[in-house]
Design a binder for this molecule. Structure first.
Ligand code: HEM
Length: 60
């Protein structure tokens, strides 16, 4: 599955990488962001990681 010719699995992988960096940055309080965003985006990361893995498995 592709979006504008780019694999959706690849797009989700990059989003996951950015979300992991955000989670560690806010979890360690290096990034000064309202902590509610750490909790919200932690759940979003769970969903995008599951989608990334599921689509990668189906397209293998
Ligand atoms: C719904 C999901 C999540 C919730 C509710 C949550 C909640 C928390 C809480 C309450 C803390 C302690 C903050 C403090 O008092 O200093 C924390 C720390 C932290 N979290 Fe999360 N978190 C979530 C997801 C994640 C994810 C997905 C990651 C990484 C991918 C992550 C990485 C960290 C790190 C690195 C710390 C600092 C730990 C330390 O220095 O001991 N969190 N988180």
């Amino acid at each position: 599955m592709t979006v504008a010719g780019i694999s959706l699995v690849l797009i989700l992988g990059v989003i996951n990488l950015l979300l992991v960096l955000f989670q560690v940055g806010t979890g360690k309080r290096w990034l000064k962001v309202n902590f509610a965003w750490h909790r919200r985006l932690g759940v979003a990361l769970l969903l995008t990681a599951l989608l990334h893995a599921g689509l990668a498995y189906l397209s293998r």
